[in-house]
Design a protein around this ligand. Structure first.
Ligand SMILES: Cc1ncc(COP(=O)(O)O)c(C=O)c1O
Length: 921
């Protein structure tokens, strides 16, 4: 960015909103860049004629503003830190612009160094070498760096002494380098770990105070008010230390916490041991130094990736299958040498199999894969984690098969990924579909309301079949970014059925565990939170009181369903079991090779109820030749997530919001595009807050919505409404975004396109997207100007069609009676219906017109297969489902090219007769 561009961006920044955790990373680098620009301009202006004086004045005012901003935020960074800003201010005031520029460039080059951007571009001798050294940023040192936060209210002298003491422990042989910063209070510590993602460890000393020393931004103030109970100030020093540890861990569980105290460490041991990695006496600074390094090393380690690297370096002669191993079939080939050139020899050297020895086996992990999975479990807050090499499609099948026996009832979102439907068919489960709320205007679904889930469970209770209901499976978050209140859903459902198992499909949500607000709505964090609540006597008392109002004291009969539906139910902690599974496509939202997924388990009954069946299901679906590069990438992806996940997730959400703001503000973009807000995608009945884009209003606003609303939107996803362009989503994706501009998007609907940012999205990619949207808007404008009146009329008609509501999305109709197990419950036997279709004489085809006529005439026609139009991508019909008029009119109005399971030449495949009982389960 050049100076004026920087200024244009900065001028939009509302200073009162500075330093919110989501934007501080950008404001901070922009501010340093701006100062660099100003320091180069100012010397020339000193001698300039009067005309330039006003420009100089404006520039100086802006410099003053940026310095004030940096002074505030650098308090929370060790490098360059507040002292550097104060000294820079002095240089600028004295007009020593050359010295100021050196100080600024030290910082901007230091940032680049931190990101390893300079690794290949170092110049010798480095003009900033001395200054960088002084700042602890020796440029040639390529060791990874991090910051350590010390929390203690001490004088400047003591602070400097402590920093010098820790710096004095550095060795050449240390694997990492860290810098130390000191803040005085609990609130300052929370602000520091929120704003500064490079902090990897905190040292707590008992002398800290509670309130923030400097006034935080309004947003942070509001957020802290929700996090820090005013009662903390009157706690005993011991309680306060524990509170500090709990609050820090809530925000950033990956941080290593250390307690350094002069006296009474022994008193603190016990409670403190659980929260702190280690307790130290003041004089043990070498031990502390080694622990800080060891703490980060523990997260940095990648046992399986390391093993793969070592294996690839070992000389070996290959006398088993796998000709590609060690490049054998490639380097000696006359025809496929380019494979080695393109992928590199490391890949070929790394290719191996467990049976050839040397590396751990995924099917029976005992060393490096087991260790990598243990580290993954710790990182994702699970009790156990399992690597899966064939995507979440397979992960889902493993979990379903591990839990469900034929005949067990599963409550499943009809709109869930097809892998669930296939898994349920394979498992022979009785499937009770529930419908997500529809977003008819945009032709896709939201998520399943809690009331519908509770209602379904109550139906089974009324029918006397609640014991058959084994599991609920839901997608969190949905493809379009709608996120459940996972904790509440599980709590209320467990209040009705205390041993219910939950499978949360988090194919799109692996990143969420690394941001404090997102994390609360992940399956693993929600399970941990519920486990904590279940241990709380006060919670148990509330649950007991509630039960007294829900059951008749004499007969023990439950109150009316209406009462249960209207009450926020609390499970009985004495009998509720937490049996929670999450499947994540690590490859979709974190760093991993395609198909790299994980299953995370938080199942209190795993070892005595499910471990054996889980292992059998894992064997059923896992290849005996799993790809080791995928496994190694999962290990690396986990390392990245625990060391820089927080920073990257914050950035991805912020970047998406910046696109939304650009679209909302730009006059031409506004004409054709609209980013759908929370209010568009989540009906008011599911929200208590009413902000269209909570994160845009700050972290406190996001926190409030994510605490209270039944559904929230993942702010890193943008659904762009494009109806006004007159182009449908699919054409827009292929012809306009991909073919013309090389922009890839994943999902479209009739009149929307979904854009997602991810942890790899850069500011320049976002700028490019905005630029492309502007070009497309210009194109649509120009196209209109050239149109004949007739063509313009046709375009207007197309726009009207795209912005109007099509026939409503049809709910799941019902399974045909012969596949159902009861009149009062909705579950159907997907498997029997599916295998009926293997008998071709029992099936036939009907063209849509004839099918519609027969359905209209009242005939019950049953689908033989899954029929899934893309978009929207959910099965509009499943085997055994009754075809209805609504379904057919929806299909008729769809202008989707791709409909899986429907043959345009033959029509719909249907089941003609009663099923053959021999084919049943
Ligand atoms: C909700 C959901 N679950 C599971 C999957 C399957 O994941 P994978 O591609 O990792 O097999 C997808 C894929 O898009 C999905 O959207």
């Amino acid at each position: 960015m050049n100076g004026p561009e920087v200024k244009a961006v900065l001028s939009k920044v509302d200073t009162e909103q500075y330093a919110t955790p989501s934007n501080v990373w950008r404001l901070r680098t922009d501010a340093w860049e701006y100062l660099g620009y100003a320091a180069k301009q100012l010397p020339g202006m000193a001698d300039a004629a009067n005309g330039a004086r006003t420009v100089e004045k404006g520039l100086k005012e802006e410099v003053g503003r940026q310095l004030r901003f940096l002074e505030a935020v650098e308090t929370y960074w060790a490098v360059p830190g507040k002292a550097h800003v104060l000294e820079l201010r002095t240089r600028l005031r004295e007009g020593d612009y050359a010295a100021a520029l050196t100080m600024i460039e030290t910082v901007t080059r230091g940032f680049a160094r931190f990101r390893h951007e300079l690794d290949d571009k170092l110049v010798e001798p480095d003009p900033h070498a001395e200054a960088l050294d002084a700042a602890g940023l020796a440029i040639a040192d390529r060791r990874p760096r991090f910051e350590v936060l010390v929390v203690d209210d001490v004088s400047a002298t003591v602070r400097e002494e402590f920093i010098a003491e820790m710096t004095g422990q550095r060795r050449e042989t240390d694997a990492f380098i860290y810098q130390v910063n000191v803040v005085p209070s609990l609130e300052d510590a929370l602000i520091a770990v929120l704003l500064n993602p490079t902090i990897q460890a905190c040292i707590v000393r008992p002398g800290f105070t509670v309130p923030a020393r400097q006034r935080p931004s309004d947003d942070l103030r509001r957020y802290l008010d929700g996090v820090v109970d005013p009662g903390v100030a009157s706690q005993t020093p011991r309680q306060r230390i524990l509170t500090m540890a709990d609050k820090l861990k809530k925000l950033r569980p990956e941080l290593d916490l250390y307690l350094v105290a002069d006296v009474s460490i022994e008193d603190l041991a016990g409670a403190a041991n659980r929260r702190f990695a280690r307790l130290f006496r003041r004089e043990e600074s070498m031990e502390l130094h080694l622990s800080l390094l060891a703490g980060v090393a523990a997260r940095y380690q990648t046992p399986f990736f390391d093993a793969v690297q070592q294996h690839s370096r070992k000389p070996a002669a290959v006398f088993h299958a796998l000709p590609i191993s060690r490049g054998g079939s490639v380097v000696n080939s006359r025809w496929i040498k380019d494979m080695g050139e393109f992928y590199g020899m490391n890949l070929l050297h790394a290719e191996t199999s467990a049976t050839s020895g040397g590396l751990d086996s995924l099917l029976d992990p005992r060393s490096t894969i087991r260790d990598a999975q243990v580290l993954a479990a710790r990182a994702f807050g699970a009790r156990r984690s399992y690597f899966v090499t064939n995507g979440t499609s397979t992960a889902n099948k493993i979990v379903h098969q591990s839990i469900l026996a034929p005949g067990d009832v599963v409550i499943a979102d009809r709109n869930c990924h097809k892998s669930h439907h296939y898994a349920l068919m394979l498992a022979g489960a009785q499937v009770a579909y529930v419908d997500a709320y529809p977003l008819n205007e945009y032709s896709f679904y939201g998520a399943v309301p809690l009331k519908a889930l509770k209602g379904m469970l109550l139906d089974y209770r009324r029918a006397g079949r609640l014991d058959e209901v084994k599991m609920i499976t839901l997608t969190n978050c949905t493809f379009d970014g709608i996120v459940y209140d996972v904790e509440r859903v599980m709590a209320e459902c467990l209040a009705i059925k205390p041993d219910l198992v939950f499978l949360w499909d988090e194919a799109w949500f692996a990143f969420a565990g690394f941001h404090p607000i997102y994390r609360r709505r992940t399956a693993m964090a929600a399970a941990a939170a519920l486990e904590e609540s279940f241990r709380d006597p006060e919670y148990a008392a509330r649950a007991e009181a509630q039960r007294a109002s829900l059951f008749d004291p004499v007969t023990g009969e439950p109150a009316d369903d209406e009462v249960w539906l209207a009450t926020r139910l609390l499970p009985d902690p004495r009998i509720a079991r937490l049996r929670v599974y999450a499947t994540q496509s690590t490859h979709k939202t974190l760093t991993a090779l395609r198909q790299g997924s994980m299953i995370h388990v938080y199942d209190q009954d795993f070892s005595h109820l499910n471990e054996v069946t889980f292992k059998a299901a894992y064997m059923t679906h896992t290849s005996t030749s799993p790809n080791y590069q995928i496994l190694a990438s999962l290990d690396i992806g986990r390392r990245q997530a625990v060391l820089e996940g927080y920073e990257l997730v914050q950035r991805q959400a912020y970047l998406a919001q910046s696109v939304a703001q650009a679209v909302a503000r730009h006059p031409l973009l506004k004409k054709y595009f609209r980013v759908l807000s929370t209010c568009d995608l989540i009906p008011a009945e599911y929200r208590q807050t009413d902000r269209p884009m909570p994160l845009r209003d700050g972290i406190a606003a996001m926190d409030e919505a994510w605490r209270t609303d039944e559904f929230v939107m993942d702010p890193s996803r943008l659904t762009l409404h494009i109806g006004n362009t007159g182009v449908d989503g699919d054409t827009f994706k292929h012809q306009y975004l991909m073919d013309l501009h090389g922009i890839q998007v994943n999902k479209t609907s009739r009149n929307t396109v979904l854009f997602m940012t991810n942890i790899g999205t850069s500011r320049s990619a976002v700028a490019y997207l905005i630029d492309v949207l502007v070009k497309l808007a210009e194109h649509f404008d120009a196209e209109r100007e050239d149109m004949s009146p007739a063509a313009l009329g046709a375009r207007k008609a197309r726009v009207a069609e795209l912005v109007s509501s099509p026939p409503p999305l049809p709910d799941f109709s019902r399974f045909a009676q012969r596949f159902r197990s009861g009149e009062d419950t909705v579950d159907g036997d997907l498997r029997t219906a599916y295998f009926t279709t293997y008998k071709t004489e029992k099936c036939g085809y009907l063209m849509p017109r004839e099918l519609a006529d027969r359905v209209r005439a009242g005939e019950e026609i049953v689908s033989a297969g899954f029929v899934t139009p893309y978009p929207p991508g959910f099965p509009i019909l499943v085997p055994g489902q009754v075809v209805t008029e609504e379904i057919l009119s929806f299909m008729e109005a769809l202008d989707t090219r791709e409909i899986h399971g429907f043959d345009a030449a033959l029509g719909y495949r249907i089941i003609n007769e009663e099923p053959d009982p021999a084919l049943g389960v």
